[in-house]
Design a protein around this ligand. Structure first.
Ligand code: AMP
Length: 223
């Protein structure tokens, strides 16, 4: 099964994808995480990615598509994958369709998350993530704090704040989303695979509720 997480930054894509990974036993692959790992390791890819990420811009399509194409060849994603943060442009979506159709596969579900912009900004600046690349659990210091400040409940590693999780960069990331990624909503609606969910405190419907509903529907075979 191939699931795509779509939505502006801070809508909860990573949180929902992480929950679905655990519950459905399908691997979550986040292009943002791949870039952050490369930045941390100081690779050439990391240096390139950082020059875009720090400004809230997208890493060029050719670079990103090649990374995902390679990742899709790995044995651990042959029975399914949750793509978190890819595709982010129509060119990426078209390339993904070609890669998948060459393997006799297709996108099964696009989970499009929406959240009011004020909530996004609030959520992003209070987000902390586990620094252990095997864990990457996401917390919110106000809504979902760890039991011990700065420490991951699950693995005991230190929590960190992403460099691009500040008010200035998040505004640029939202602009980038509106200009380059939001056309994908129509792209996948036309293909009949789009499922839109509001994730918001305003309606008391959070990432966990979305994961519960999607898990239930997949297990009952209602997509
Ligand atoms: P994320 O962790 O998904 O919020 O991504 C963080 C940043 O990584 C984005 O703001 C982009 O700069 C870059 N990035 C992640 N995924 C992609 C993608 N599919 N295409 C281009 N840039 C990406």
């Amino acid at each position: 099964m191939i699931i795509i997480m779509l939505g502006a930054p801070g809508t909860g894509k990573g949180t929902v994808a992480g929950m679905l990974e655990e519950r459905l036993g399908i691997k979550q692959v986040s292009t943002g995480d791949i870039f952050r790992k490369n930045i941390q390791e100081g690779t050439e890819l990391g240096k390139l990615a950082d020059s875009y990420m720090s400004k809230g811009e997208l890493v060029p399509d050719d670079v990103t598509i090649n990374i995902v194409a390679d990742r899709l060849e790995k044995p651990d994603v042959q029975k399914g994958i949750i793509l978190d943060g890819f595709p982010r442009t129509v060119a990426q979506a078209e390339a993904l369709d070609t890669i998948l159709s060459n393997k006799g596969k297709k996108v099964d579900m696009v989970l499009n998350l929406i959240t009011p912009e004020e909530e996004i900004i609030e959520r992003v600046v209070s987000r902390r993530v586990c620094s252990n690349p095997e864990c990457k659990t996401i917390y919110n210091v106000i809504m979902n704090p760890p039991k011990q400040e700065g420490i991951c409940d699950k693995c005991g590693s230190h929590l960190v704040q992403r460099q691009d999780d500040n008010e200035e960069t998040i505004k640029a990331r939202i602009r980038t989303y509106m200009e380059q990624t939001s056309p994908l909503v129509e792209y996948y609606k036309t293909k009949g695979v789009l499922r839109t969910e509001e994730v918001s405190q305003r309606i008391n419907h959070l990432g966990k509720d979305v994961a519960d509903e999607v898990e239930r529907d997949i297990k009952n075979n209602i997509l």
